[in-house]
Design a protein around this ligand. Structure first.
Ligand code: ZN
Length: 304
């Protein structure tokens, strides 16, 4: 007969070892101010932190979009992107920090991304709530993806860029991604997606600086009504999109030249400061040597 007391004891030991791990890994629900947060027990701290910041994130999004995200909202915090994908039964790329499912008033957050610099549960939630609020404002109609991602980064934060996509190269103003190619969807590849997020954020931030949230809302409404993005720009600003894009690129170039100029001023000063420091240290060392030579002379018996 197989088994016996030894096997039973072994099973008991294994059972004891596994039981706490299974409990830690179980999904639990935490009540938030505007919905429920589902999280694995061992990451409950994220949910509790989020519950205290949720209302503020909701209000910030509502202020800008002028429509509130739907409530109650279901928030799922998975241990990584594939955990979120399984729980929500949607396919997701491995690099995402979060996802918004507009038709289901649901947000998924990737806890693995929280460890990355600049990415917190609240910043990712704000970004995703912005997508939900845009869905309410447009009544589910789609708008250009780059416009929506740019707005959600400007409103909600740049968790995507601070986290998994932090290694993206800086925006190259001479070879921008054609807006058409990121109007329907973003690349699935992390590096190319990072560029698309960066470019969208930079242009939309420029639009927000020049026209405020009112311009962003006007572009959302015009494109949701079925106007092309070119028509939407003319209707909202009286100017062509290419003109605003040119303004943005020129401003970006001036800003970069400004930084270069500062770097040029700072670097000779920096070199001078290092030379002064070396000279000072050399002089101190020489003084110290002279001092010890004099002390040595003082201590030595007088020559007769
Ligand atoms: Zn987004």
């Amino acid at each position: 007969m197989r088994g016996g007391p030894a096997a039973a004891l072994f099973a008991l030991v294994i059972g004891c070892a596994l039981a706490p791990a299974q409990r830690d890994d179980a999904w639990v629900s935490v009540d938030g101010p505007l919905g429920t947060i589902e999280v694995r027990a061992f990451q409950r701290g994220f949910a509790e932190q989020l519950a205290t910041q949720w209302r503020r994130a909701h209000e910030r999004v509502t202020d800008v979009i002028a429509f509130a995200p739907p409530t109650p909202t279901r928030v799922v915090i998975g241990r990584d992107a594939s955990d979120v994908a399984t729980r929500l039964a949607v396919p997701l790329p491995s690099w995402i920090a979060g996802v918004a499912l507009k038709g289901r008033a649901t947000v998924g957050l990737n806890a693995a991304s929280f460890a990355k610099r600049g990415s917190t549960p609240a910043s990712v939630l704000r970004h995703e709530l912005c997508h939900l609020a845009i869905g309410v404002r447009t009544r589910g109609r789609s708008i250009p993806r780059w416009l929506e991602e740019g707005i959600c980064q400007a409103v909600g934060g740049r968790a995507y860029l601070a986290g998994t996509l932090a290694n993206a190269p800086p925006l190259d103003l001479d070879s921008l991604i054609p807006w058409r190619s990121i109007a329907d969807d973003f690349p699935r590849d992390a590096r190319r997606a990072a560029l698309a997020y960066e470019q969208s954020f930079a242009f939309v931030s420029h639009l927000e600086r020049t026209g405020g949230a009112a311009l962003l809302r006007s572009l959302i409404d015009a494109t949701a009504e079925g106007r092309s993005i070119s028509e939407a720009f003319v209707a909202s600003t009286g100017r062509a999109m290419v003109d605003l894009e040119r303004d943005w690129i020129e401003r970006e170039r001036r800003r970069r030249r400004g930084w270069l100029a500062i770097a040029e001023i700072v670097s000779p000063l920096g070199v001078a400061a290092v030379l002064v420091l070396f000279a000072f240290r050399r002089r101190r060392r020489r003084d110290r040597m002279l001092q010890s030579a004099m002390e040595a002379q003082d201590a030595s018996p007088d020559p007769d």
